[in-house]
Design a protein around this ligand. Structure first.
Ligand SMILES: NC(=O)c1ccc[n+]([C@@H]2O[C@H](COP(=O)([O-])OP(=O)(O)OC[C@H]3O[C@@H](n4cnc5c(N)ncnc54)[C@H](OP(=O)(O)O)[C@@H]3O)[C@@H](O)[C@H]2O)c1
Length: 253
C-alpha cells in the first residue's frame, strides 16, 4: 500500500456533527472525496440536505439525521441511524459548536451552560454512543479551537472553557480506548476560518487578528478538512490523544 493510499477513507462511514454549515460542510465533502459514506447531523435539516448533495456529487452516500447534540438520546439516535443504514461507524467528527463573546461580569448562567452543553457535553454524548459500536481502527476527531489553548482578545470564558474541556476529553478518551478498543481520539485546534460563526465578530476583529497569523491570512476550510481526513485515516495510525493546531501559526505568536 502506498503512502497516499493510507490517507483514503474508502468505504468507511464518517459521522460529521454540525454538517449544516461552515466547517462541517467542508469536512463532509472531504470525507466523501476521500471515499467515505457520510452521516450528516445538525438541527437544520434543510441545510443538511444541501450538504448531502455535495456528498452525492462526490459519488458517495449521505444520510441526514436531525440532531440536537445537547440531548444524549439524540446523539445516540444519530449513531444508531448510521449503524442501521451502513452497518458500521468508523469515524466521528465532533464539529457541532457555537461561539459567543460575553463579558464575564454580564454572562448569565444559561448563556455559559448553553455553550458548554453544545461544545463539550455534546461531543461527549456523541463519543460515548460511537465508542460503543466502533471497531478497532476507528477514529474520533474533536474540533476544539485555539481558544482552548490561548486567548484572542475577546471575552470568551464559556467558549474557551468548553474548548479546553474538549482537549481534556480527547486526552482521556484516547487513553481509555487506545489499546483496549483500538480507537484513536485526537483534536484539532483551528485558528480563524470564515464561517457563520466568525461572521458574528464585528468591527474588523478578524482583520485585527492578522498580525498574530504567521502565515498572514485566514484559513480556508478545505485546509482544515485535509487534517480531519489525515487524523481519520490510517495515515495517522500512530497518532492519538493529540491536539493539532491548524492556525496559520497563531499559537506560536
Ligand atoms: N470558524 C472558525 O474560525 C473556527 C475556529 C475554531 C474552532 N471552530 C469550531 O469549528 C466548529 C464549526 O464551527 P463553524 O465555524 O463551522 O460555525 P457554524 O458555521 O456556525 O457551524 C456550526 C455548526 O454547529 C451546529 N450546531 C450548533 N448547535 C448545535 C446543536 N445543539 N446540535 C447539533 N448541531 C449544532 C450547527 O448546526 P444547526 O444550527 O443546524 O444545528 C452548525 O452546523 C465549531 O465547533 C467551532 O467552535 C471554528
Amino acid at each position: 500500500m502506498s503512502v497516499l493510499d493510507k490517507f483514503r477513507l474508502t468505504d468507511r462511514v464518517v459521522v460529521v456533527t454540525g454538517a449544516s454549515s461552515g466547517l462541517g460542510v467542508a469536512f463532509a465533502q472531504a470525507a466523501a472525496e476521500a471515499g467515505a459514506d457520510v452521516v450528516l447531523a445538525a438541527r437544520r435539516t434543510d441545510r443538511l440536505e444541501q450538504t448531502a448533495e455535495l456528498v452525492r456529487g462526490a459519488g458517495r452516500q449521505a444520510l441526514c439525521v436531525a440532531t440536537d447534540i445537547t440531548d444524549p438520546a439524540q446523539a445516540q439516535n444519530m449513531i444508531d441511524a448510521g449503524m442501521e443504514k451502513f452497518g458500521r461507524v468508523d469515524v466521528l467528527v465532533n464539529n457541532a459548536g457555537v461561539g459567543t463573546a460575553v463579558p464575564a461580569t454580564r454572562e448569565t448562567p444559561d448563556q455559559f451552560r448553553q455553550v458548554v452543553d453544545i461544545n463539550l457535553n455534546g461531543s461527549y454524548w456523541a463519543a460515548q454512543a460511537a465508542g460503543k459500536v466502533m471497531k478497532p481502527g476507528s477514529a474520533i476527531v474533536n474540533i476544539a479551537s485555539v481558544l482552548g489553548i490561548t486567548t484572542a482578545g475577546l471575552p470568551q470564558a464559556a467558549y474557551a472553557a468548553s474548548k479546553a474541556g474538549v482537549i481534556g476529553l480527547t486526552r482521556d478518551l484516547a487513553q481509555q480506548w487506545g489499546s483496549r478498543k483500538g480507537i484513536r481520539v485526537n483534536a484539532i485546534a483551528p485558528g480563524f476560518f470564515e464561517t457563520e460563526m466568525t461572521a458574528q465578530y464585528q468591527g474588523g476583529y478578524l482583520e485585527a487578528m492578522k498580525p498574530r497569523l504567521v502565515l498572514g491570512r485566514l484559513g480556508d476550510p478545505p485546509e482544515l478538512a485535509a487534517t480531519v481526513v489525515w487524523l481519520a485515516s490510517d495515515a495517522a495510525a500512530y497518532v492519538t490523544g493529540q491536539t493539532i493546531a491548524v492556525d496559520g501559526g497563531m499559537t506560536i505568536t
